[in-house]
Design a protein around this ligand. Structure first.
Ligand code: CTP
Length: 419
């Protein structure tokens, strides 16, 4: 599985009630300096030590503290809240918060979020040394480790209460390093296969892999080659596949979109990362290549930022990226039963799509015009033509959600051989 980087990570920081809460304000700053998005939830006790206003100013996001505050979308704040994050960080984690987590108690926003989450948690304990060394706390920590919860610290040191020993919260930079390590492995906690999926859908019992969004190909640490894909169509297809009962994996390039509910999302940046994540997601019954994969990458991306020089602009040498669609189509043994590609064309739509169908060895091509003014890239609607070896189907202009549902229905019919 491809590692995520802190630069594109979304962190949900849960601040518990301890003197160390002031250090969590610095932690917000350190994480954001490295490009992460940080949202903050505070327990009632935390607000006795630091104010939501400080956390809000530093995170640049509204701070949540109330389980029952209505949210814009559905009123299920704790669910959305954790779903939008890649990793939950609990800092400082008090003995009480750790005990709540170990027992699965959920009586405020922080603990309910921790119980409802589908993401891994990283815990930075902070408490008096006797509370830390107490068998009850040690038992709870062992339980949580067994559940896959990660820990950083506590450190030994002089404590606010005057004693010396283990119990000081790890320093913000040590927590940042632990976050980086945690992002190296998948942070989504998978449900057992099939659990949580709607029953009786057209794709029940099937596994679908979808690529979506653009890829970013680095030029140097701050610049990249990218494209205008928003990921809306690919994400909508993953959502529709999941709604039709399929276990769905979405391999997504950088987008501003929320993860579709119930879909396992693997976030990548480059074409090569997308290729690796896609192959790792196989075997599958269906593969839909909706991503706008960069055809080329810079051969030698610079490790340091390229500086302006007196002797003219740098020349970038490009090399071809792996063709994920062609590679999946050509696989032996674990080739999905149905492979669907997209063709974004500015001219000769059908001819080019037919040629692509053949060249890439797929079963269906969803062809769309992407000329300036069509509004397909980034827009909410799409006008597509479905090209198969045995004929073409023109679909009317529809919302991308409708295109996704219609495509999933077509895929389900093709899989079962229905007309
Ligand atoms: N695709 C892919 N990997 C690539 C390039 C494209 O998986 N490296 C997939 C896209 O997800 C899409 C299809 O191939 O499903 C068509 O991509 P497109 O960019 O339109 O086609 P190209 O192969 O780039 O052909 P051309 O540039 O000639 O249009």
């Amino acid at each position: 599985m491809t590692a995520q980087t802190l630069a594109s990570a979304r962190i949900l920081l849960i601040i518990g009630g301890g003197v160390a809460a002031y250090k969590s304000l610095d932690l917000i700053r350190r994480l954001r300096e490295r490009g992460a998005t940080v949202r903050v939830a505070m327990t009632a006790a935390a607000q006795r030590f630091v104010t939501p206003l400080s956390a809000e100013a530093l995170s640049g996001q509204p701070v949540r503290a109330d389980l029952f505050a209505p949210t814009e979308q559905s009123g299920m704040g704790h669910i959305e809240f954790s779903r939008e994050a890649d990793l939950l960080v609990v800092a400082p984690a008090t003995a009480d918060l750790i005990a709540h987590m170990a027992l699965g108690l959920a009586d405020d926003l922080a603990t309910t979020t921790l119980l409802a989450t589908d993401k891994r948690a990283l815990v930075a304990p902070a408490m008096n040394l006797r509370m830390w060394l107490h068998p009850a706390t040690q038992r709870n920590v062992a339980t949580l480790r067994g559940d896959g919860v990660l820990f950083v610290g506590p450190d030994d040191g002089e404590m606010a209460c005057g004693e010396y020993g283990p119990g000081r919260m790890a320093e913000p930079l040590a927590i940042v390093a632990a976050v980086e390590r945690a992002l190296q492995a998948p942070t989504v906690l998978p449900l057992p296969p099939g659990v949580g999926l709607p029953r009786g859908g057209a794709l029940a019992g099937r596994r679908v892999v979808v690529t979506s969004g653009p890829t970013y190909e680095p030029i140097d640490p701050v610049r990249f080659l990218g494209n205008r894909s928003s990921g809306r169509q690919g994400h909508a297809i993953a959502e529709a596949a999941r709604a039709a009962g399929a276990e769905t994996i979405l391999v997504s390039g950088p987008t501003a979109l929320a993860d579709p509910p119930g879909v396992r999302v693997v976030r990548v940046e480059t074409a090569r990362e997308m290729r690796d994540a896609t192959i790792a997601a196989l075997p599958a019954d269906v593969f839909v290549a909706a991503a706008a994969v960069a055809d080329w990458r810079v051969e030698d991306a610079a490790e340091e930022k390229i500086k302006k020089r007196g002797d003219g602009a740098p020349i970038l040498r490009l090399v071809e990226n792996p063709d994920i669609l062609a590679e999946v189509s050509a696989r032996r043994g674990d080739r999905p039963a149905l492979v669907v590609g997209f063709a974004a064309e500015t001219q000769a739509l059908i001819d080019n799509a037919r040629a692509k169908l053949k060249r890439k060895g797929c079963d269906l091509i969803v062809a769309n015009r992407v000329a300036i003014g069509e509004g397909t890239f980034g827009g909410a609607e799409n006008k597509v033509t479905i090209v198969a070896a045995d004929g073409i189907e023109e679909w009317p202009r529809m919302g991308k959600t409708e295109v996704a549902r219609a495509l999933v229905a077509l895929v389900a019919r093709k899989l079962t051989g229905a007309p």
